[in-house]
Design a protein around this ligand. Structure first.
Ligand code: SF4
Ligand code: SF4
Length: 452
């Protein structure tokens, strides 16, 4: 069988290369509707088209030939999903709905090609020097379209730009992290050596830490140093590719995966550590699935899949981290990122770390693992729905009375920054690792008080 888009020479045909194998997943759905109770899109729109059951019915019609997968209504329905996996947690027959969704989107791209704008952006990702230069130009010029909002540690659109961008949520009240003038990997040494190192770990920063949250990268380095882990930050690592994978661009994510595997292999590290649920999920699951039959990269992907850890799991399960003693006075709650909890199965470890910090009072939300509505680019393409989902999340945050909202995913941090700014009570947003780093720093400075 000839399938358009299959990279036959590499032997990597999967359900992302042909739709047939998806039928097995579709057959597992018994149409019970349990997914309706947890689907953030359905809870907002109240339409069957929003929930897994409705999308599975459409997928069945596509496979039986009743519907054309590139029919604009079908495409719109299939992209109105955060791929958050909340439905999978509530599914009695364990339908792997994320696989169905990603396979269908890949099939759309095979038949119709990528939208020209997506094609242009995703092509840039494959040219890291050009992408990096573009981000630096963006950082240099961001002041033209955005103004500083020091109270929120954010930037917000200026009036003319807000008028043009309001359909994508870029109104005057939108809060965004500023693009770092110098990306993290430009100034951090490629190898940070420590005396009597226990082990060597590579740090995969991801784009968000590199370009938007370099202080999180700095905090990761601080925590590694305090725990005598030699850290290697490969300069030639690239985007993890998850953002393009969810848009059906299988070819690009495979290309990025191969380059990343080479970069990390070259580092000579024993482990790979991430501070982003999406990047970590790609390394633990997607790379080995996408490259499974590739004779060269399949085994590499499997090797690194077993050695990839979120930094919280690495600290608590692999190296038995040193308990901090610096006092950080803060009332803290924790938001479970969908990719961190539902893909990497990490939820207790960040809480364990937070609760080990002297001075931290931990308050749990009623629904800490409810999706925040980010979904990568979903917050741009479906801003109104994303905003309503986030509003529910912030209401939950508000009832904890916490003054800090922590999470383990920079994409969630961006979404929380915007919507806590709109609906919250001035809570600070932080990566949980930043509180641990701060506690270690305070040990050395002898300082106490509120976290920076
Ligand atoms: S919960 Fe699972 S089995 Fe039930 S309708 Fe949703 S996807 Fe189908
Ligand atoms: S992945 Fe999330 S948004 Fe998509 S159908 Fe499932 S619960 Fe709804």
């Amino acid at each position: 069988m000839t399938i358009a888009g299959v990279e036959k020479s590499r032997g990597t045909a999967t359900l992302y290369d042909e739709l047939g194998p998806v039928r097995e997943e579709l057959n597992k759905c018994m149409k019970c509707g349990n997914c309706m109770a947890v689907c953030p899109v359905y809870l907002t729109d109240k339409a069957e088209a929003g929930v897994a059951r409705g999308k599975i019915a459409v997928a069945e019609a596509v496979l039986s030939g009743e519907l054309d997968i590139v029919d604009p209504d079908v495409v719109a329905m299939l992209f109105n999903c955060l791929v958050c996996k909340s439905c999978m947690q509530n599914c009695p027959t364990k339908v792997n709905f994320d696989r169905i969704m990603l396979a269908l989107r890949a099939a759309i791209v095979r038949k119709k090609g990528l939208h020209p704008l997506k094609n242009m952006i995703f092509s840039l990702l494959k040219q890291p020097k050009l992408f990096d230069a573009g981000m630096k130009v963006g950082a240099a010029l961001q002041g033209l379209a955005f103004r500083d909002d020091p109270s929120k540690k954010a930037i917000s659109p200026r009036s003319p730009f807000a008028f043009v961008g309001k359909n994508y949520g870029f109104d005057l009240h939108r809060s965004l992290p500023e693009l770092a003038p110098t990306p993290f990997r430009d100034w951090v040494p490629e190898v940070v050596k420590v005396k009597d190192a226990k082990t060597r770990a590579a740090f995969f920063t991801g784009c968000s830490v590199n370009y938007f949250y370099p202080q999180v990268g700095e905090d990761v380095v601080e925590v590694f140093k305090e725990n005598r882990v030699q850290i290697n930050i490969p300069k030639d690592q690239q985007c993890c590719g998850i953002a393009v994978f969810v848009h059906g661009d299988v070819k690009t994510v495979r290309e990025l995966a191969r380059k990343n595997l080479d970069a990390v292999e070259k580092s000579g590290a024993e482990y790979l550590v991430t501070a982003c649920g999406s990047c970590g999920g790609a390394w633990q699951h997607e790379y080995s699935e996408l490259l499974g039959d590739d004779p060269v990269y399949g085994p590499k992907a499997a090797y690194w899949s077993a050695r990839t850890y979120d930094i919280s799991t690495f600290l608590t399960k692999v190296i038995d981290y040193r308990l901090p003693t610096g006092k950080v006075e803060a009332v803290v709650t924790y938001h479970d990122s969908c990719h961190l909890k539902k893909t990497m199965k990490v939820s207790q470890e960040p809480r364990q770390i937070l609760m080990s910090i002297p001075g931290v009072k931990f308050k749990e939300m009623a629904k800490p693992d409810a999706c925040c509505g980010s979904g990568g680019s979903y917050l741009l393409t479906h801003y109104d729905t994303s905003k309503e989902i986030a509003q529910r999340k912030v209401a939950d945050i508000n009832q904890t009375q916490a003054d800090q909202v922590t999470t383990g995913c920079p994409a969630c941090m961006m979404q929380l920054l915007d919507h806590v700014g709109r609906f919250g009570r001035g809570q600070k947003i932080a990566h949980y690792i930043s509180l641990l780093a701060e506690s270690y720093r305070r040990e050395k400075s002898g300082g106490n008080g509120n976290v920076r």
